[in-house]
Every structure is written in structure tokens, then in C-alpha cells.
Design a protein. Structure first.
Length: 313
């Protein structure tokens, strides 16, 4: 999956002429969306023709039709969106309006710093806040935990929240709950790190809820195959998306890529060349900061790796 800042006023715009009541799209199944009205009731909705296809997390306007059915009359402006290429390489939006992206890693499958950095950059570039979760903490002995802490210290230094969890031992889930409160979050990370297990642990009535949703769609228990938004018991929303392991970065201009590294920001604009790509140009303030130890060398290496894959396309 790829991430990209919502392109305001190009794809999705509020439709000033449209009327209707506000609603929240919990899931989209092609022609049909599940929309939650302000009273909490869930309706099956089709959408007016010529509207952009709405996605999980969209704010919409809808009008009542048959009992428990409605029609979407407007898709409101998206603040953030996650996009990934479909089978034909076309960009496809999977979810919208999340303000937090929870990147889940574990010791098994092995933690890869380069992949973590790609998730973090993609999150920064859509304007959402990353949270780092190390799941399967039960598999770490004291030394393993210390080694993991040490590797991840550079992310703490940037200011990213870092949590250790275990769904098997029920560790750290309270802290994760608190971190998700008052946010709309989505879990991303490599397959097998425990994302679905975390969703299960955070949403004790998940089975009941998916059952309810499939009753409304009449589509059977399909909710695990499309991005679906759930309300957390203590407040906040969690989007479960089965495809987020594919989350990668779409090409962005290199100047924009550097902004995806928050610790670079104090140095941007201080390079000798205004269009410096920080890849070896003379008088580069970013490289100078790496040399001076103000920017972590491993993170800078991730920057050059990502920049190279983008410029070679
Ligand atoms: N030891 C351990 N295993 C876990 C934990 N959480 C999940 N798992 C296991 O990791 C495997 C993958 O979990 P899953 O939730 O499907 O990962 P996903 O692919 O990221 O959704 C399963 O066998 C889980 O039982 C944990 O906290 N500790
Ligand atoms: Mg899963
Ligand atoms: Zn530079």
C-alpha cells in the first residue's frame, strides 16, 4: 500500500449543492457502502453517480431511502488517505481520514529498519502521526529486549511514541488503548507481526460487530476482506485493513521525501543549493548534520536508499 497526501480539490471535494445528513463510511464493498449515521445506526448505501468512490473513513452526506438504506449525495474532503496500487498498477485509495498510523514490528518476522523507515516516511508524507509498536514482547528475554530498545532508541529520539505489546501475555495493551483514544488509527506492518491479533485484543466484541455489519450488507462475513472502521471501547476509531502489509511509498519529489524525516527539517533550506537533494552535493546541511551526529547515520542511509529507488524509476 502506498501513502500520499490527499489531493484537495482535485479528486474529492465537498459538493456544496448536495444535501443530506452527515455520516461516516465504515466500509466500502464496491457499489455498496456501510454508513453510520449520527445516531449510530448503520445503513447500506449506494452513491450518486459521478461521485468519487467512497472509502472506509470517508465523511459523507446521505439521504434516507428504503428502511436501513440510503443514498450518498456527497463525499466530503479527505484530510488524509492511504493509497496502494491495484493489480493494474493504478492507485487505489483504501482508507481516509486517519490521523495516526500504528507501525507494528516484532522480533519474528525479523525486524527490518529499512522497512520501518519506509512506513514512517509514508505516514509523515500523508500528514499523519506514526506510533511504533513492538509486538510479541513475550518472545524477548532481557537481552533481546535491551537490544531492541537500543535499536529503536533513534525513533524515541525523534519523538515517536514507542510501545511494547504482547497479545499472548496481554502486555502493554492498556497503553496502546490510551494511545489510540481520540484518534483514528490504522495498523500497518509486515505480515505475521500480529496486527490482526492486536485488533482482536483491542476489540473484544469484534466477532459480534463483524456479524452485525455483514447482516446489514447482506454480503456474508466479508468484512475481513475490506478495510473496516471500528469504534474502540474507550473512544477513538481503529481501521483494520487486511492489505496494509503491502504499504510502500509511491514516488514523491525528493524535496518532499526529505520532509518525511522530521529530524531533517531543521536543516532543510540551509543547504548551499536551494534544490539540494542531500545526496552528495557540496555544502549540504543535512549531510553536515549527519557528520556532526545531529542526524542518525542509519536514518540518513534509509533516506538515500529510498531516494535512489525513486530517482531510478
Ligand atoms: N509470541 C507471540 N505471538 C504472537 C503475538 N501476537 C500474535 N502472535 C502470533 O503471530 C502470528 C501472526 O499473527 P497475526 O495477528 O495473524 O499477524 P498479522 O499478519 O500481522 O495480522 C500468529 O501465529 C499469532 O498467534 C504475541 O504477542 N506473541
Ligand atoms: Mg492479519
Ligand atoms: Zn542538502
Amino acid at each position: 500500500m502506498a501513502a500520499r497526501r490527499a489531493r484537495r480539490s482535485r479528486h474529492v471535494q465537498s459538493q456544496p449543492a448536495a444535501s443530506g445528513q452527515p455520516g461516516l463510511v465504515l466500509a466500502n464493498y464496491g457499489q455498496v457502502s456501510l454508513v453510520e449515521g449520527e445516531d449510530g445506526r448503520i445503513l447500506r448505501c449506494h452513491q450518486r453517480r459521478r461521485l468519487p468512490r467512497c472509502v472506509c473513513g470517508d465523511r459523507v452526506l446521505w439521504e434516507a431511502g428504503n428502511p436501513r438504506e440510503g443514498i450518498i449525495t456527497a463525499v466530503l474532503e479527505r484530510h488524509t488517505s492511504l493509497v496502494r496500487p491495484d493489480a493494474n498498477g493504478r492507485e487505489r485509495t483504501v482508507a481516509a481520514n486517519m490521523d495516526q498510523v500504528v507501525v507494528v514490528v516484532a522480533c519474528r518476522p525479523a525486524f527490518e529498519a529499512g522497512m520501518l523507515d519506509r512506513y514512517l516516511v509514508a505516514t509523515e508524507l500523508i500528514g499523519a502521526s506514526p506510533v511504533l509498536v513492538v509486538n510479541k514482547s513475550d518472545l524477548l528475554d532481557e537481552d533481546g529486549r535491551a537490544a531492541m530498545e537500543q535499536q529503536l532508541q533513534r525513533y524515541r529520539a525523534i519523538g515517536y511514541p514507542l510501545l511494547f505489546t504482547s497479545t499472548h501475555r496481554n502486555d502493554g495493551l492498556g497503553a496502546l488503548h490510551r494511545q489510540l483514544r481520540a484518534h483514528t488509527s490504522i495498523l500497518v506492518g509486515q505480515s505475521g507481526v500480529g496486527k490482526s491479533s492486536l485488533v482482536q485484543a483491542l476489540l473484544p466484541d469484534l466477532d459480534i460487530r463483524t456479524g452485525e455489519l455483514s447482516q446489514v450488507t447482506g454480503l456474508g462475513r466479508h468484512t475481513t476482506t475490506v478495510a473496516t472502521l471500528y469504534h474502540l471501547p474507550d473512544g477513538g476509531d481503529l481501521i483494520d485493513s487486511p492489505g496494509v502489509r503491502d504499504f510502500t511509498l509511491l514516488p514523491v519529489p525528493v524535496e518532499e521525501l526529505a520532509r518525511g524525516f522530521p529530524e531533517f527539517r531543521p536543516f532543510l533550506g540551509q543547504c548551499r543549493f536551494h534544490n539540494c537533494r542531500h545526496l552528495g552535493e557540496p555544502g549540504c546541511a543535512v549531510r553536515e548534520a549527519v557528520r556532526a551526529g545531529q542526524i542518525d547515520a542509519r536514518r540518513y542511509e534509509s533516506y538515500t536508499d529510498i531516494a535512489r529507488t525513486m530517482t531510478s524509476r
